[in-house]
Write a protein that binds this ligand. Structure first.
Ligand SMILES: [Cu+2]
Length: 227
């Protein structure tokens, strides 16, 4: 309603604008309305994101569920070639990152380890996957060493740069190499920090935001693993 009223105001103004000294400001006015509408929509979207995507919320809306796919062909930390189909029948917790990550990845993997502990026997039906976005450095050996330091139930996945890129595309994960002189080898990786939940049929269910607590994730999974 508010938006319709606003565009009506803009139309009215443009009819009379040529006679008005302020007509030169018209483009500015359009720009301002554009900004206001953009902020309104952006705010709405972030509210939706916040409501549906953090904590123990319901499944992601269908329209979003269908855009994110668990589709990958990679190499696990034992050197074996695997695809998403190898993990059918298990609930997957998928996190993208890299072993040289200073804080985000260690925090996330540590949380996943605690969640697995919290689930007790039910953890047998959950497979956490840590997929690297830094295949140049993260060899299967390096991945094995890294995930093993957190929990032996976590599987590390790597692959060729092309395979990694394809996996991130299917999950709609963002990553970028950034030059940083103080980092090992002079670079670091920016990456999406959400944890993805995939159901036993290989279908995306929801992400957990990086801010979701261990309790929220554990509770949500316990509910899904009931029966
Ligand atoms: Cu990281």
């Amino acid at each position: 309603m508010g938006l319709r009223m606003s565009s009506h105001d803009i139309d009215t103004a443009s009819h009379h604008a040529p006679n008005r000294p302020g007509s030169a400001l018209r483009p500015v006015r359009y720009l301002l309305w554009g900004i206001i509408i953009g902020i309104t929509l952006g705010f709405g979207a972030s509210e939706l994101w916040h409501r549906d995507y953090s904590g123990s919320a319901p499944d992601a809306p269908e329209v979003i569920r269908d855009t994110i796919k668990s589709d990958f062909a990679l190499v696990d930390h034992t050197g074996k070639s695997v695809t998403d189909e190898n993990y059918r029948g298990k609930w997957l917790l998928v996190f993208f990152g890299f072993t040289n990550c200073p804080d985000v990845c260690p925090t996330a993997l540590n949380e996943i380890a605690v969640v697995m502990d919290n689930l007790g026997d039910k953890a047998a039906r959950v497979q956490p996957l840590f997929i690297t976005v830094d295949p140049e450095r993260d060899t299967p050996e390096r991945m094995a060493e890294y995930v093993g330091a957190f929990d032996s139930r976590i599987t590390g996945l790597t692959g060729t740069p092309e395979q990694i890129k394809a996996s991130t595309k299917s999950f709609k994960v963002y990553y970028v190499k950034e030059v940083q002189e103080t980092a090992p080898d002079g670079y670091t990786m920016g990456h999406t920090t959400s944890l993805y939940l995939i159901d036993p049929n290989g279908r995306f269910v929801r992400p957990y935001s990086y801010n979701a607590t261990i309790e929220e994730i554990s509770d949500d999974l316990r509910e899904r693993l009931q029966g």
